[in-house]
Design a protein around this ligand. Structure first.
Ligand SMILES: [Zn+2]
Ligand SMILES: [Zn+2]
Length: 645
């Protein structure tokens, strides 16, 4: 965790405790604001002088002193004083969706409840209902929030786990003797949440003696909060995670629809990370074994057995039914060094990790198994064209040409300071350009999203003018004027058609009424898809991973309509959303839909979430051709003109 995150975390906690104590709300919000400012700094706060801190708008003298105190001593005296007054359980209660500081304070001062078990008891026996302004609906929401937080305790968001894995890889990659470092498991498969992290290391030939040094470096690296196992070839630690929940961690007013989006450390303060050192000679087999999924690996082992082979993390061996495993008897493997070798020896094309879920990927890979130069079927598949001679037995074609990060050339869903983003129009576009994009669409929130500072029609008109003006100045990138228009509860859009027709891009998204029943949600979203000006259905279900279930519409009906209308369905790339989810992507593609992968940019760092959106697309077998963000400018811009002539 960086110094900035650490300072921000302390200030946020102080702010929460001030709120819980019912102190001056101005002081509380000043701390929360300072936390967000520090978090958003690109300079390391521990390297900044007092004057430099004071130069930041929103940081006063007292705040600067507290920051310096923390940098110098690792704690803030005021925080310790507040902690003595505020029972720790109250801070845990604040992590429950639907519970803000005012409510927790009321629960504490009125019912004398200071921890979650007591709160659950008060829900069960009806005492919570006796609080002022606490109706049955609100109590039910809190009860569900507690349930949700409990489930979420098991697994960490992909984006947060990815950060930890990246830190570990960076820490050991350049140590002497290290040949390979790779996170395996569900992280490598791009699953939306991750349980434990598995990081694999292979030493260069002749460097096995360095393995204990690598293990030692891992166990003592920054962020390790506990060592669970310490061996020369395997170690386990618990590693600190970043608790910043991006825009869902910011302080929000209570009793609003979005009150469910309060901060929560869904996996507790740390995640278990296992590191194993493996022989380089069996790297491929080990990587496959530890990447999983279990179901995929079972299918591979069955396949091996049916071919008279046996597969383990040590390699693919002839199956001689011996009691001692072949690698312990010095048997030479058929394949082991690379994943490609092992898959090919099993008669399969290499399968991308994201597709290894036993959802038909093995059958699909058989289709691609074409033995070069030796197979009549191969010539049949290439329409009789002779296959070029090559190494015998090598795979000539791959059935997996899935989308890759570098294929994305346009961002079609982004917010500026006009609504709830932190970048200006020009900053947004400049960042998009620096990432190699040819198109960026500004899509600020519409008027009903009051909590996100949505634009009333007159403001939107002026905003469109500002975007057009900026577009005329910018070179090397196309800047489009759009809107993320709320799909209201009844399916109508949040601006009238005349105004919508002035926009280049319309992302229609559900934000409120996310608990309505399935059939109502289906009709609502269908109405938006069928609107002739809508280009993209944004985060179609509105779910937040580990936080909120979102809508449960008839997805097949949505896919059919989107396919017929030429509306793209969004994979919102934020790791908290990943909505569409992987299985929906697959269904949408089968139905003939187009997909948009968008970062829903609110700040610069959100562009980095693109990787998670792409992984989710790959889990749904998405190819570049079906993703509008990969299209060349002319094709994309023509598609966006839909319904506008
Ligand atoms: Zn949205
Ligand atoms: Zn958005």
């Amino acid at each position: 965790m960086s110094a900035n995150d650490a300072v921000a975390g302390r200030l946020e906690t102080i702010s929460q405790m001030l709120d819980l104590l019912g102190e001056d709300s101005f002081r509380a919000s000043a701390h929360a604001r300072a936390a967000r400012l520090i978090e958003g700094l690109s300079t390391d706060v521990s390297q900044m002088s007092r004057d430099e801190l004071l130069a930041i708008k929103g940081i006063g003298a007292k705040m600067a002193d507290k920051i310096i105190e923390f940098v110098n001593t690792g704690s803030i005296e005021e925080e310790q004083e507040l902690r003595a007054k505020v029972p720790a359980g109250l801070l845990t209660m604040l992590t429950i969706p639907g519970l803000g500081p005012k409510t927790v304070r009321a629960i504490w001062t009125t019912l004398n409840i200071t921890d979650l078990p007591a709160l659950e008891a008060a829900i069960a026996d009806g005492r919570l209902l006796t609080l002022p302004r606490m109706g049955e609906k609100a109590v039910e929401k809190i009860r569900q929030g507690i349930e949700f937080a409990k489930q979420g305790n098991q697994r960490l968001w992909l984006g947060r786990a990815f950060e930890v894995a990246s830190r570990v890889v960076a820490h050991v990659r350049h140590l002497p003797g290290v040949a390979q470092v790779m996170p395996a498991g569900s992280l490598r498969r791009g699953k939306e949440t991750v349980g434990d992290l598995d990081v694999l290391v292979a030493m260069k030939h002749g460097h096995d003696a360095n393995a204990p040094t690598v293990m030692d470096a891992f166990r003592t690296m920054p962020g390790v909060v506990a060592v669970l196992a310490a061996g020369d070839s395997k170690s386990s630690v618990r590693m600190e995670i970043n608790h910043d929940l991006a825009r869902w961690g910011a302080k929000k007013k209570e009793d609003q629809e979005h009150a469910a989006e309060t901060p929560a450390p869904a996996a507790g303060p740390s995640i278990q990370v296992d590191m194993r050192v493996l022989p380089l000679d069996c790297w491929g087999a080990a990587l496959m074994y530890f990447t999983g999924s279990k179901e995929h690996n079972v299918r591979l082992r069955e396949r091996a057995l049916s071919m008279g082979l046996t597969l383990s993390e040590w390699g693919l061996f002839p199956n001689d039914d011996h009691d001692t495993p072949p690698h312990q008897r010095g048997v030479k493997p058929v394949a082991a060094a690379t994943e490609e070798d092992v898959y090919h020896a099993l008669g399969l094309a290499w399968i991308p990790p994201e597709a290894r879920e036993d959802r038909g990927e093995i059958e699909r890979s058989e289709l691609g198994t074409v033995k070069v130069g030796s197979d009549a079927k191969a010539r049949a598949r290439t329409g009789g064209t002779p296959v070029p001679p090559a190494d015998s037995g090598k795979i000539a074609t791959t059935p997996w040409a899935l989308i890759e990060l570098g294929d994305i050339k346009a961002e079609l869903h982004a917010h500026t300071t006009a609504s709830d983003g932190s970048l200006s129009i020009v900053e947004l576009a400049t960042e998009a350009k620096s990432r190699g994009f040819h198109t960026i669409a500004v899509t600020d929130h519409s008027q009903s999203s009051t909590i996100a500072n949505g634009l009333r029609p007159d403001r939107l008109r002026r905003h469109i003018d500002a975007i057009r003006e900026a577009a005329s100045q910018l070179k090397g990138i196309t800047l489009l004027a759009g809107s993320e228009v709320d799909i209201l509860a009844d399916g109508s859009l949040d601006y009238d058609d005349d105004l919508l027709a002035e926009l280049d891009v319309i992302v229609a998204s559900p934000h409120a009424a996310l608990t309505q029943d399935g059939p109502t949600a289906t009709n609502r979203l269908l109405k938006a898809i069928e609107h002739p000006l809508v280009n993209i259905l944004g985060h179609p279900t509105g779910r937040l991973i580990n936080r909120r279930k979102g809508l449960e519409p008839d997805m097949a009906a949505l896919f059919a309509a989107a396919s017929a209308c030429g509306v793209a369905l969004e994979i919102n790339a934020h790791w908290m959303r990943l909505d569409l989810r992987d299985t929906h992507v697959r269904g949408a593609l089968d139905a003939g839909c187009l997909i948009a992968i968008d970062c829903d940019v609110h700040e610069k760092a959100d562009y980095d979430n693109l990787a998670f959106g792409v992984m989710t697309g790959r889990r749904g077998w998405l190819t570049p051709a079906r993703c509008v963000n990969t299209w060349a400018p002319a094709k994309l811009h023509a598609w966006l003109k839909r319904g506008r002539d």
